[in-house]
Design a protein around this ligand. Structure first.
Ligand SMILES: NC(=O)c1ccc[n+]([C@@H]2O[C@H](COP(=O)([O-])OP(=O)(O)OC[C@H]3O[C@@H](n4cnc5c(N)ncnc54)[C@H](O)[C@@H]3O)[C@@H](O)[C@H]2O)c1
Ligand SMILES: O=C(O)C[C@H](O)C(=O)O
Length: 312
C-alpha cells in the first residue's frame, strides 16, 4: 500500500520515520512545497534501511502530486506550527489555504484516499478538508485525540508510577488548550478506576497538565512538538493500512452523535481500512456532556472563521 505525507517538516518526517521502522507502507511519498526538502528527508530516511532493516520504498518530491497517485492514506502535516505564547487557533489564517489546496490536490490523484489531518487548528482543518473535498465522512480523520490521550496516560503514569501501556484513558472534545476533555472518571489502570487511587486535587492537576501538554512543550522547545505527534499519526495510519480495528479518539464529522452536528470533534472511533468505521458510544456524565457542548461551541466559532475568510 502507498502512504503519502504532505509537509515534510518535523511532524511529517517523524511520522514517516515511525511508519518505515514498522514496514507499514510498501511505498511512502513525502511531498513538500519547499524545493529539495522532501527529497532530502526521503534520502536521509532511506539511508537508515540498512541499519533498521525495513523494505518501504521512500520517495521525496517538491509539489508533484502526480507522484502521490493511488495512495491509500495521506497524512496532512503541511502548515505552520505555533510559537510560544500562541494558541493553535491563531494559525488558521495561514493554514486554511494550505490544507484546502493540499486536500484538493491529493484527491485529484487518489479518488479513494483516506485523509489523516494533523495541521492546526486541527478540528477546523479537518472540517475544512471534508467540506473542500466532499468525500464521505468516514474518510476524514483528525489526529489530535490520539496524541492528547497518550499525553493523558503519560501524566497518569507519573502520578501512579505506572507503565503508560497499562493505562486506559481517553481525551475527547477539541484539540485545543481549553477545549480538550480528559475523561479522568473513565480512566483505568488495568481496569482499576484511577479515581479510586488519586485525590480530587491530583486528578485535577493531571487533567490540567494534559490540556496544556502541547503549549508546555512549545514553551520549552520554541516550536511545537513532533515525537509523540509523529508516533500518534503513524499509529492511526497503521490501524488503517493493517486494518487493525484500533480504538482511538479522533476528530470526525458528527451527525447528531454526542448531541452535536455539522462539526468535527474528538470522539472514540474504530479505525480500520474504511477510515473510521464507527463512533463508539460512551455514556457521559452531565458535567462531561456540558463540557463537550462547550468545546463544540468554541470549535464552531473557529469553523465560522472559515466562511469569513472565504475558505468554504
Ligand atoms: N494535530 C496534532 O496533534 C498536531 C501535533 C503537532 C503539530 N501539529 C501541527 O502540524 C503542523 C506541522 O507542524 P511541524 O512542526 O511539522 O511544522 P514544520 O514547519 O516543521 O513543517 C511544516 C512543513 O509544511 C510544509 N508546507 C507548508 N505549506 C505547504 C504546502 N502548501 N504544501 C506542502 N507542504 C507545505 C513546510 O514547507 C514545512 O516543511 C502545524 O500546523 C502544527 O501545529 C498538529
Ligand atoms: O501544541 C501544538 O501547537 C502542536 C500540537 O497540536 C500538539 O498538541 O503538540
Amino acid at each position: 500500500m502507498k502512504v503519502t505525507i504532505v509537509g515534510a517538516g518535523a511532524v511529517g518526517a517523524t511520522t514517516a520515520d515511525n511508519l518505515i521502522r514498522r514496514n507499514v507502507a510498501e511505498e511512502l511519498v513525502l511531498l513538500d512545497i519547499k524545493e529539495g526538502v522532501a527529497e532530502g528527508k526521503a534520502q536521509d530516511l532511506a539511508q537508515s534501511a540498512a541499519l533498521l532493516g525495513f523494505e518501504s520504498k521512500i520517495l521525496g518530491v517538491t509539489n508533484d502530486y502526480a507522484a502521490t497517485a493511488n495512495s491509500t492514506v495521506a497524512v496532512i502535516t503541511s502548515g505552520i506550527p505555533r510559537k510560544p505564547g500562541m494558541t493553535r487557533e491563531e494559525l488558521i489564517g495561514t493554514n486554511a489555504a494550505i490544507v484546502k489546496s493540499v486536500a484538493e490536490n491529493l484527491l485529484k490523484y487518489s479518488p479513494d484516499i483516506i485523509f489523516v489531518v494533523v495541521s492546526n487548528p486541527m478540528d477546523t482543518m479537518t472540517y475544512l478538508a471534508l467540506k473542500a473535498t466532499g468525500v464521505p465522512r468516514n474518510r476524514i480523520i483528525g489526529m489530535g485525540g490520539t496524541l492528547d490521550s497518550a499525553r493523558f496516560k503519560y501524566q497518569l503514569s507519573l502520578k501512579l508510577n505506572a507503565s503508560p501501556a497499562d493505562l486506559n484513558a481517553l481525551v475527547i472534545g477539541g484539540h485545543g488548550d481549553t477545549t480538550m476533555i480528559p475523561l479522568i472518571k473513565h480512566a483505568t489502570w488495568n481496569s482499576v478506576p484511577v479515581s479510586q487511587l488519586l485525590t480530587e486535587e491530583e486528578q485535577a492537576e493531571i487533567v490540567q497538565k494534559t490540556m496544556v501538554g502541547g503549549a508546555t512543550l512549545t514553551a520549552l522547545i520554541g516550536t511545537s512538538a513532533w515525537y509523540a505527534p509523529g508516533a500518534s499519526s503513524a499509529a492511526v495510519v497503521e490501524s488503517i493500512v493493517r486494518n487493525q480495528n484500533k480504538l482511538f479518539t479522533a476528530s470526525v464529522y458528527l451527525n447528531g452523535e454526542f448531541g452535536e452536528s455539522d462539526i468535527n470533534l474528538g470522539v472514540p472511533v474504530l479505525i480500520n481500512k474504511h477510515g473510521w468505521e464507527k463512533i463508539i458510544p460512551l455514556k457521559l456524565s452531565t458535567s462531561e456532556q456540558e463540557a463537550f457542548h462547550k468545546s463544540a461551541a468554541a470549535v464552531r466559532a473557529m469553523n465560522q472563521v472559515l466562511t469569513e475568510i472565504n475558505a468554504i
